[in-house]
Write a protein that binds this ligand. Structure first.
Ligand SMILES: Nc1ncnc2c1ncn2[C@@H]1O[C@H](COP(=O)(O)OP(=O)(O)OP(=O)(O)O)[C@@H](O)[C@H]1O
Length: 287
């Protein structure tokens, strides 16, 4: 775990309807139950953290809420609308964006072009076709696009590198670009998959500050899966903890810190009861 000092949550969770909600999700892979009856809410203008040791079910939950995996049971709602059977593309259109643990960038594009492309995909799809036919940049850039891209590039601290190719970009900068690109589609909820993976403590600290500003300035909600427990507890308004596919704790960072089940999951301390957290097959046998 990386010990970094952080100033605390950006905002308190809103009392309005959640932007994203998982209701009683269960996922079975053959006989293995990867998620068992897991519920989770991402309120508006908030940072929600998802913690859990290796194999806890975090990636599975992310895959279900982003639409890559259909749950065995349970449902996913966006702004109260059931999207359980809605494709990832349609969920994106409804305001769900995500970043990946390993940034997927196009080596032939500059930093700025990545943000422009994402903005066009959301706001000016027809322009993409004309770009393909005419060769990019033949048409003048609309003022609204330019100012939005300027704003995002500035907000993520990318102005000084905006015209350089992404080839050889430091990982920390590549992650900031991923966030800028995700925000260019104006999402209501941004899913962050291991945002600090591969970053040193200073880069992690910078990223945390930027993400907090993103929530307060852009009105987006974050759901963050992260191995860096201190990062999650330092940034989140509310935290959920999985272990062996079961939600073992939820609460404010202070509540999570004090929770004996969480400490046991991470530190191997003894707690009782022990057996409810073991992975089991449908027949109730140890997996
Ligand atoms: N496609 C799959 N087929 C079979 N089992 C799977 C599949 N994907 C995940 N699992 C199993 O489901 C359980 C949960 O895995 P998952 O990857 O969601 O955990 P995680 O919390 O993301 O772990 P990590 O932190 O190591 O990435 C694990 O036991 C894993 O082996």
């Amino acid at each position: 775990m990386t010990a970094t000092s952080r100033t605390g949550p950006t905002s308190s969770a809103s009392t309005t309807a959640p932007r994203l909600e998982a209701r009683h999700l269960t996922v079975r892979f053959g006989g293995l139950i990867a998620l068992r009856d897991v519920c989770l809410q991402v309120p508006a203008h908030s940072i929600t953290g998802l913690l859990g040791p290796n194999g806890a079910g975090k990636s599975t939950l992310f895959a279900v809420v982003s639409g890559l995996l259909r749950p065995t049971a349970g449902s996913v709602l966006m702004d109260g609308r059931d999207v359980t059977r809605t494709s990832p593309q349609k969920r994106a259109g409804l305001g769900l964006a995500r970043t990946f643990q390993h940034p997927e960038l196009f080596s032939s594009l500059t930093v700025r072009e990545h943000v422009e492309l994402a903005h066009r995909i959301r706001h000016a799809k027809r322009r993409l076709w004309s770009d393909l036919i005419t060769g990019r940049g033949f048409l003048p850039q609309p003022a609204e696009e330019k100012s939005r891209v300027d704003e995002l590039v500035g907000a993520l601290g990318l102005t000084s590198v905006q015209h350089r190719s992404v080839t050889g970009l430091p990982l920390g900068t590549a992650r900031l670009l991923e966030v800028a690109r995700a925000l260019a589609v104006d999402p209501g909820v941004l899913l962050l998959d291991e945002p600090s993976s591969g970053l040193d403590p200073r880069e992690t600290e910078e990223l945390a500050g930027t993400l907090r500003r993103v929530v307060s300035d852009h009105g987006v909600s974050l759901l963050m899966v992260e191995h860096d427990v201190e990062l999650v507890l330092g940034m989140s308004d509310f935290v959920h903890v999985l272990d062996f596919g079961v939600k073992i704790a939820e609460g404010t960072p202070a509540q999570i810190r004090a929770d004996p089940a969480v400490r046991a999951a991470y530190l191997g301390e003894e707690i009782a009861p022990t057996d409810f957290r073991r992975p089991v097959t449908e027949q109730g046998e140890p997996a």
